[in-house]
Design a protein around this ligand. Structure first.
Ligand code: PXG
Length: 459
């Protein structure tokens, strides 16, 4: 086979042989994928030589930015010394040991033990087994229902997809038993007319209490939630929401699971989102930013009170070939060393976070934007034909996709969820790059507005 060289040749091969995740392959193949060939800092380069500002940190993961030789070197060194060994059958290795200890140091004080996985989805499958095992050992096997939220994303395996609240996913693969979905704290989309964010936050949190009462506390094992829903559209809850959830979890005999796959490792201006919101989870789920995406790795931290029970339960019949993969752990250690040395968490909290937030929040003045919230370095723009009435565009998702496509043309990667644009740039983005990002977002909004005028969808 001759090696493909041109973009057109590469696209043809991709279309012939590659099935992409979450994609309509018929229309994608007709259009052709963008081929990314290299990256440095916050900048991607595609096969046509375009330089693109990566406003999504890859897929919410490249927290320390691209091109970090230190991580590359650590992985290469580890591959030379011990490319693989498992952590089953009474064995372990240095990278897994060192990373476990590092995570115990970085996570809130109740966490001292980690179970390694290869991804966020595998982590959440692990969570389901862990919480059910916990209550089996406590001789309460009937406590097995896990409460989650509509429009939550917890991964894409059958079990993690069931835990998530994405209706289009449930439509293609039935939800596994004993998962229950309650309301999400999405003020813009779901508050009643006249309701304040404070009132809405309390009402939505109390849906958890109501669900526990309706099913019976003796049947509920856990509540799982993302501190800020990421893939659901960057839903930042009203200030009243998390304290009320924390109260309910304290009062009831259930485990609280914080899915920190996106919010973990600095995204919200703390090491973990639960610290930003002051909640005290029993289980903490990690992936993505743990290695900044340089290698696939996930993990589940269990609080001491949970670990102590599991400790008494004999074998936990669960594990993956790549649980604690040495090269992935080496990548994580190098990544976390960079984060600590460069104080990236402090930078998000006190420097670049506030800098970008001020400019992002000001986008709410654009005629197309209903709200422009941002926390740490994760933000959203709700597109609407009518700010005051919180009205939606017809054919939900069409305007979001239109804007997302303009953004791509303007060499800025943003995601669209329904008609909400979302952004989560690498934590190393400079002030100058923030200005560039905002300029490209403004151009994207103007391009979208002009097109919608042509359609007669806005005045
Ligand atoms: N939990 C959360 C909160 C996530 O955001 C997962 C679990 C699953 O992780 P893995 O590593 O199995 O993918 C995620 C992943 C998107 C998008 O389009 C978001 C994710 C993955 C793919 C696409 O926003 N989040």
């Amino acid at each position: 086979m001759t090696l493909p060289k041109t973009t057109a040749e590469l696209r043809a091969l991709d279309a012939a042989h590659h099935l992409h995740p979450f994609s309509d392959m018929k229309s994608l193949n007709a259009e052709g994928s963008r081929i990314v060939v290299k990256a440095e800092g916050v900048w991607l380069t595609d096969s046509d030589g375009n330089r693109i500002l990566d406003g999504m940190s890859g897929l919410w993961c490249v927290n320390v930015g691209y091109g970090r030789e230190e991580i590359v070197e650590a992985v290469a060194a580890q591959l030379r010394e011990l490319p693989y060994y498992n952590t089953f059958f009474k064995t372990t290795h240095r990278p897994a040991i060192e990373l476990s200890a590092k995570l115990a140091e970085l996570t809130p004080p109740q966490f001292n033990k980690v179970f390694f996985t290869g991804s966020g989805s595998e982590s959440n499958d692990t969570v389901i087994k862990l919480v059910r095992r916990y209550f089996q050992i406590k001789e309460k096997p009937e406590k097995k229902i896990i409460i989650s939220r509509r429009n939550a994303y917890h991964g894409s395996t059958v079990a993690a997809g069931s835990l998530g609240g994405m209706a289009p996913m449930h439509g293609q693969s039935a939800v596994i038993p004993d998962i229950l979905h309650i309301a999400q704290p999405y003020f813009w989309g779901e508050a009643r007319q006249g309701e304040t964010p404070e009132e809405f936050g309390l009402r939505t949190a109390r849906a958890l209490e109501a669900a526990i009462d309706a099913m019976g506390e003796d049947r509920i094992a856990a509540f799982i939630a993302e501190p800020v829903q990421g893939a659901g559209g960057v839903i930042i809850p009203p200030a009243s929401y998390w304290p009320e959830i924390a109260r309910i979890c304290r009062e009831r005999d259930i485990l609280f699971v914080s899915d920190e796959v996106i919010c973990g490792f600095g995204r919200t201006g703390s090491w973990f989102g639960c610290e930003t919101f002051g909640t005290e989870p029993d289980i903490l789920v990690m992936a993505k930013g743990i290695t900044s995406g340089y290698m696939p790795l996930g993990g589940v931290m269990v609080a001491d009170r949970v670990a102590e029970v599991l400790h008494e339960g004999g074998d936990f019949n669960h594990g993956y070939t790549y649980s604690g993969h040495p090269a992935a752990c080496a990548a994580a250690l190098a990544n976390l060393a960079i984060m600590q040395r460069e104080d990236l968490v402090g930078r998000v909290a006190n420097d670049v976070g506030p800098y970008l937030q001020a400019r992002w929040n000001a986008l709410a003045e654009h005629p197309l934007v209903g709200e422009a919230p941002m926390l740490g370095l994760v933000g959203a723009l709700e597109l609407t034909p009518d700010k005051l009435g919180r009205t939606k565009f017809p054919d939900v998702g069409k305007v979001g996709t239109l804007a997302r496509d303009f953004s791509f043309k303007n060499n800025l990667v943003m995601r669209a969820v329904r008609d909400r644009l979302i952004i989560a740039p690498p934590l190393v983005i400079s002030h100058e790059e923030c200005d560039e990002l905002i300029a490209r977002v403004r151009k994207t909004l103007d391009d979208t507005f002009a097109e919608l005028k042509r359609w007669g969808w806005v005045r």
